[in-house]
Design a protein around this ligand. Structure first.
Ligand code: TMP
Length: 198
């Protein structure tokens, strides 16, 4: 199975993924835990470029989108597809739904741009996607507590409201794949919600 985890900043994706990873591993399953943008050394270099705060040059939204997909192509080819072919379970912290939520809903890029990229470069979609949903302020408080904010985390609340709206749209469009979890609950409860679906 290929499972992705989505949501705005600070909603507890990492905690949930670790718990699901530990659960599957304890059952003797072979699990690959990975993330986007990133997951390979080259894709992690692209991630660094994407998250870096650059006061001299603003990254335009098209560049942001294309870099996300360059990292994704590398990640699919090197990690996700080989792991699935080997019968492993892949747990991925964000995938192409994040591009819809952040680059289309958040930045305002057209869906047709995204569709072109998805149609040509995303040969495998997740079987199941958990959308951890919580009010923006709650997540931002957690993200701020982690320390220095990256280029995305420095965005205003209005941007994240749009991103959250993007996830809501995906949840409504793909109810069979995208499952909403109430991320205002504590980690045990969020894990229990996810286990119900699993
Ligand atoms: P994170 O994985 O630590 O949350 O950081 C990745 C950031 O990149 C996060 O703010 C969301 C953003 N992102 C996009 O804008 N589009 C994408 O397609 C992906 C995978 C992530």
């Amino acid at each position: 199975m290929f499972i992705s985890f989505e949501g705005t900043e600070g909603v507890g994706k990492t905690t949930l993924i670790r718990r699901i990873h530990d659960y599957f591993t304890a059952q003797g399953q072979s699990v690959v835990l990975t993330r986007e943008p990133g997951g390979t050394s080259m894709a992690e270099q692209i991630r660094a470029l994407l998250l870096a705060v650059n006061h001299e040059e603003k990254m335009c939204s098209d560049t942001e989108l294309l870099l996300m997909y360059a990292a994704r192509a590398q990640h699919l080819d090197q990690v996700i597809l080989p792991a699935l072919a080997a019968g492993k379970t892949v747990l991925c912290d964000r995938f192409s739904d994040a591009s819809f939520a952040y680059q289309c809903a958040g930045r305002g890029l057209s869906e047709s741009k995204l569709q072109t990229l998805n149609n040509n470069f995303v040969t495998r979609m997740p079987d199941l996607t958990f959308w951890l949903d919580a009010p923006i302020e709650l997540g931002m408080t957690r993200a701020r507590a982690r320390g220095e904010l990256d280029r995305f985390e420095q965005e205003k609340a209005t941007f994240f409201e749009k991103v959250r709206g993007g996830y809501q749209t995906l949840w409504e469009r793909h109810p069979e794949r995208v499952k909403r979890l109430d991320a205002t609950q504590n980690p045990d409860q969020v894990f229990a919600q996810a286990m119900d679906y699993l």
